[in-house]
Design a protein around this ligand. Structure first.
Ligand code: ADP
Ligand code: MG
Length: 301
């Protein structure tokens, strides 16, 4: 197969590993900087160019689109889809998963376990919003944050009110969430490929921190999943329409709850901790599923 990897940086661990895994299996690979791709959108002969030349046809494309380039990246990916290239994850599914609130709504519709989540726009609704999610402590999240930035734990009602008011004051989109204290500052990353969780790890926040993001100093260890956690992760990825996803789960007293579904999950931590060839499994998935023009829109909303 001829495979394109859409990534801003060819030296990133995930990009390098995917390239390596594809080459090992005898495929042709080209890494493309998504911001250097530009497009000709027309009916007769749509095309994608980079560095002054039209791109050849690719059988499959692996999007590794960072949160900061979601809009442009999704447009480039859509163009590949129009040209009949099979995307590892579809553009619609990626856009869908980047909006935390929309994701929560879709998951709740399917009855997937979630932290109780509230959303409001007017400061006058704050007191009831806080009650809706069960009072304090609670978590306040910027809808488009990543790597733990924009996730705040408010321990008291006063703190919650003033933080929510401040975010509303600067017109930031936020959601308010029940704090899952039992998780003890840890979460579980389930790496889903197709209909399977191929690797999982537990991330633990450092002392004095509740966010387990590795970027916030969290540490990762191997974890044995409960069958209900596997099912939850696979269902969450399917609901979002993602073939490959990093599903983050909190272990709550009422069972697994999904916190977020990541459409470009990193490979470094998960391969290191699990010792598994996750990049290889992704390429195998493409080998089994990539067919010309096989891109129905998956998932809902
Ligand atoms: P980001 O996209 O920035 O990673 P997350 O929603 O994943 O945002 O939150 C970051 C971290 O904060 C999570 O990995 C988890 O450790 C912690 N966290 C988030 N929401 C909750 C919650 N409702 N209850 C307990 N801990 C949470
Ligand atoms: Mg996260």
């Amino acid at each position: 197969m001829k495979i394109a990897i859409l990534s801003r940086n060819p030296d990133l661990y995930s990009t390098r590993r995917l390239k390596e895994a594809a080459l090992e299996r005898g495929h042709e690979v080209r890494t493309l900087d998504v911001l250097r791709c530009y497009m000709n959108i027309n009916v007769q002969n749509p095309s994608i160019h980079t560095l002054g030349k039209e791109l050849p046809h690719f059988d499959a494309v692996i999007p590794r689109i960072g949160a900061s380039v979601t809009f442009y990246g999704a447009a480039v990916l859509r163009q590949f889809e129009m040209l009949g290239t099979y995307p590892l994850n579809e553009s619609v599914a990626i856009t869908r998963s980047r909006d935390k609130l929309r994701s929560m709504q879709l998951l709740s519709r399917r009855g997937i376990g979630l932290p109780v989540t509230g959303y409001a726009s007017k400061p006058s609704d704050i007191p009831d919003l806080i009650d809706m999610v069960g009072g304090t402590p609670l978590v306040i999240k910027l809808l488009e944050g990543t790597q733990g930035i924009g996730v705040v734990l408010a321990e008291t009602r006063k703190a919650a009110e003033s933080v929510i008011e401040a975010f509303m004051g600067v017109k930031a989109n936020i959601m308010v969430q029940e704090y899952i204290k039992e998780a003890g500052g840890s979460d579980i990353r389930c790496f889903v490929v197709g209909k399977k969780v191929v690797a999982a790890m537990k991330r633990q926040a450092p002392a004095g921190e509740f966010r387990s993001n590795l970027h916030r100093g969290g540490t990762a260890t191997l974890v044995k999943l409960h069958p209900s956690e596997r099912t939850t992760a696979v269902r969450a990825a399917k609901t979002m329409g993602l073939n490959v996803a990093g599903v983050d789960i909190l272990r709550s007293a009422r069972g697994p709850v999904v916190m977020e579904v990541n459409s470009s999950p990193g490979l470094e931590g998960i391969e290191e901790v699990s010792g598994k060839d996750v990049a290889g499994q992704i390429i195998e998935y493409l080998e089994e599923n990539a067919r010309p023009r096989r891109t129905g829109t998956k998932g809902k909303g």
